[in-house]
Design a protein around this ligand. Structure first.
Ligand SMILES: Cc1cc2nc3c(=O)[nH]c(=O)nc-3n(C[C@H](O)[C@H](O)[C@H](O)COP(=O)(O)OP(=O)(O)OC[C@H]3O[C@@H](n4cnc5c(N)ncnc54)[C@H](O)[C@@H]3O)c2cc1C
Ligand code: FES
Length: 246
């Protein structure tokens, strides 16, 4: 077996939308919201996934290519190889949080929302996707007591446009102690600049291309063009995936 990987069994999978499943394992992991695991399937490869739940360990997997497709084929009782928890997660500040997720970026925000609510915080969640069919975990966030705002590019749910637009409206109208986000690079770059404009702290989870997952290969460097506040040579696997500012 590869070094540091351990085996888990799939307990169940639940279809969340046309190309996304929720995968629940038979094991728990002592992890912070925002940390990730490397998942390995011999003969297929290995990929990083945000920890969407730690007791039991859960992942949210979008079917976009060979590895994620292989995960979608797994059945209860099948084996998956896991390394982790890895990286640095989110750390909650103050009393009011805004959580912004694009696509599968909702995954690490789910345990973060639960933790924030358990600490008595006010939690505003903003989710964005191409269309209503691509939104993830909306009912789940609402059921646990988060205030939910949606944005879709085609206008099929919530406001028409990008999630950054709804985040900006909230920032103008409410006192917020911190912004926590995960999603595509363009979204995070826009949020970093928005947060600086409105002068409040942010924590962004950057999902860069990872190979070694341990700070050796350099493939997951997030450049300062994404956010000028990032230190030069900042590695998502080793220094992140969450970057905290200030
Ligand atoms: C820290 C971190 C956390 C991650 N967390 C998650 C997670 O919680 N859930 C999840 O599904 N994935 C997550 N990913 C992405 C995941 O690691 C893989 O990149 C993804 O599963 C695709 O691998 P693949 O072999 O199936 O497809 P690949 O052949 O690697 O990719 C196929 C094509 O799809 C594009 N692509 C990759 N991922 C996506 C996507 N999600 N949506 C649209 N296009 C995509 C690629 O750029 C490529 O063009 C995370 C990545 C990082 C770095
Ligand atoms: S994946 Fe190799 S340095 Fe981050």
């Amino acid at each position: 077996m590869k070094a540091d990987f351990f085996t888990v069994k799939i307990k169940r999978t639940v279809k969340l939308n046309h190309r996304t499943i929720w995968v629940e394992m038979n094991q728990t992991l002592d992890a912070q919201p925002g940390q990730f695991v490397m998942a390995w399937l011999p003969g297929v490869g290995e990929r990083p996934f945000s920890i969407a739940g730690s007791a039991p360990l859960c992942l949210l997997v979008v079917d976009v290519g060979p590895f994620s497709q292989a995960i979608h084929q797994l059945k209860p009782g099948d084996t998956l190889w896991i390394k982790g928890p890895l990286g640095h997660g989110f750390s909650l500040l103050g009393d009011a949080a805004i959580l912004a997720g694009g696509g599968y970026g909702a995954a690490p925000l789910w345990p973060l929302a639960q933790l924030a609510l358990s600490q008595g915080m006010n939690v505003q969640v903003c989710l964005g996707a191409r269309s209503k069919a691509d939104l993830l975990l909306c009912d789940a966030f609402e059921e646990i007591g988060c205030e939910l705002t949606l944005a879709t590019e085609d206008g099929s749910a919530g406001e028409t446009g990008l999630v950054t637009g709804v985040v900006e409206k909230i920032l103008k109208s409410k006192k917020i102690d911190g912004l926590y986000a995960c999603g595509p690079t363009g979204m995070l770059t826009a949020l970093a600049s928005l947060a600086k404009t409105y002068n409040f702290p942010y924590q962004l989870s950057w999902e860069a291309l990872m190979r070694c997952g341990m700070g050796l290969c350099g493939s997951c460097e997030v450049p300062q063009t994404c956010d000028p506040a990032l230190p030069p040579g900042w590695l998502a696997c080793f220094d992140g995936p969450v970057f905290r500012y200030p």
